[in-house]
Design a protein around this ligand. Sequence first.
Ligand SMILES: [Zn+2]
Ligand SMILES: [Zn+2]
Length: 302
Amino acid sequence: MPIVNPFDVPGQWYKGNLHTHTLESDGELSPEEACARYRDAGYSFLAITDHGTITDTRHLSGDDFVTLLGGEFGGKGAPSGRTYHIVVLGVEPDWPRPDDDAQAVIDATNASGGFAFVAHPYWSGLHTDDLLTLRDHAGVEVYNFTCYRGIGKGNSAIYWDVMLAQGVPVVGLGVDDSHGHYNDYLGGWICVKAEELTSEGMLTAIKSGCFYASSGPEIHDFRVEDGKAVARCSPAQVVNFISADSRGRSIWRDDDTLFDEAEVELKGKERYVRLEVVDVRGRVAWTNPLPVPSGEDDARNA
Ligand SMILES: [Zn+2]
Ligand SMILES: [Zn+2]
């Protein structure tokens, strides 16, 4: 599915977290307490994704805060022999859980109209071949806050770029994966652009990539036009325009002063460009990739 640029479509921004554990598996809060925690912090949506089950949170969904149904399933099938963790969203509580094969979990999710993504590949110790072997998953966690807070392995961007460079059109999610064993709430999220706040609307927008992920910074605009990639954002120390292989550009200043807009000329060989905004605390925001028209002339005339 082509990725929709959220900065090109009308709507409002809604902040939410797609990976949360509760007392229904190994988390510390009840589903009610977890929803209250995020709602009180200004979030608009939450997916409770307990291990091995779909927790029914439909009674916690309202007009100004909605829940998405989901779960997290371990899965075999990795060439390395390691275990995938697959987060599934948009399936019903009575969704028949497939066996513990990761591809079967993804296929069953897609058959039910849901959305599946690979959780914390860095923490899982997956090999890049493990990611490339899976088919029809929609994304990967570029950032997982509990993995960052726990062992410093929160950022899985390299896995994402390996997939993008191979032409696998996946989105990058930022999540908490909160359990509550230590403070792992409110540190990784996505901001979704949508016309209205409903569970179905959030799911549709997320499936199409109409969001950006963050652990702190805000992104105000990002687009490819007239042979350039241009960005506006909250105060940044570094802005990275990430592209395939050795293409791309990092923008920063010798004196480390902050800035809130950046642009780069495109050569037409980047294949894709995605934005990373790094703030003074090292926190990052990530857009999904936009295609770069191939060929220098095409890029200039696009
Ligand atoms: Zn996991
Ligand atoms: Zn988890």
